[in-house]
Design a protein around this ligand. Structure first.
Ligand code: SAM
Length: 265
């Protein structure tokens, strides 16, 4: 291969890969006779990206290994996405969860608050379960049958993973709690009653606290019809909302307009 300005060609045998990298030198890499060239800045960028990806994978393993013992409905990759957004999203305000159950999603959000070092996740739940958790429901729950509440097991679970200090628990219905709420919210995670009207009421109750760039994450999109219907309607209102991501059944919308009304149902 002829030498080209700015590039150093590297000989290689069929299957060998031979990289010469020194500062400022562009590297040519040959694999199986197919050569490609990569400049030093790109090579460094790739290495950095790989390092970040490996660290994230390691962190994911560590967190999911600890949190998966907590009973709940969130899949690890959904939990990690929530964790990542709660930790890194640059908007002002609190992290609020509506629908905590036994604390699985709360753990991911609390881990993010702990690592970010500024505050706690507010976990709102009456802890009496959703309609499906009652006797004869599709997800009938033994703790609710026995104790009428998942609050004791929620506290034990958060304590068990040493994250209870990063949670502010508000026991009550989300509509009640919203009436005395005053602070802006940067990430609102909705995972309570999955009926369409209930989800719409939840969004409307919390919309006044969502400024531009705030995020609302919905669990069970494409799983529960009520959640899917509200999520789709808001996502299609592109004046107020932008879909940031959908990771399995976790749909995340960003508020893109100022002023009240992004949740008006
Ligand atoms: C599907 S579970 C939440 C699962 C949890 N996020 C997890 O990761 O496992 C739904 C929770 O919402 C709560 N809930 C239902 N309706 C509510 C309401 N109006 N206000 C507050 N909590 C409610 C229930 O008590 C139940 O614990």
């Amino acid at each position: 291969m002829p030498a080209t300005d700015g590039y150093r060609d590297v000989a290689s045998t069929d299957d060998s890969t031979h990289i010469e990298a020194s500062p400022g030198v562009v590297v040519t890499r040959e694999i199986g006779g197919q050569g490609f060239r990569i400049d030093e800045a790109t090579r460094r960028g790739l290495l950095q990206w790989m390092q970040t990806a490996l660290l994230s994978a390691h962190h994911f393993d560590d967190l999911s290994g600890r949190i998966e013992i907590v009973e709940g409905f969130l899949e690890p990759i959904e939990g990690f996405a929530l964790y990542w957004l709660a930790r890194n999203w640059r908007a002002p305000g609190r992290v609020v969860e509506i629908g905590s159950f036994k604390g699985r999603s709360t753990c991911w959000l609390a881990a993010a608050c702990k690592e970010r070092g500024d505050g706690k996740v507010t976990a709102i739940d009456h802890f009496r379960g959703s309609p499906e958790h009652g006797a004869g429901g599709s997800h009938a729950d033994p703790d609710i049958a026995a104790e009428g509440s998942t609050l004791p097991v929620f506290c034990r679970n958060l304590q068990g993973v040493e994250l209870l200090d990063f949670v502010e628990v508000r026991v009550g219905s989300c509509e009640e709690v919203s009436r005395s709420w005053r602070e802006p919210i940067r990430l609102l995670f909705l995972d309570a009653d999955h009926d369409g009207d209930a989800v719409a009421r939840q969004v409307a109750a919390w919309a006044p606290f969502l400024g531009r760039h705030a995020l609302v994450a919905f669990h069970d999109v494409q799983v529960w019809p009520g959640v899917t219907e509200v999520y789709t309607r808001l996502r299609d209102d592109t004046t107020h909302w932008r879909e940031l991501a959908q990771i399995k059944s976790l749909g995340v919308l960003e508020v893109i307009a100022d002023g009240p009304g992004p949740g008006s149902a």
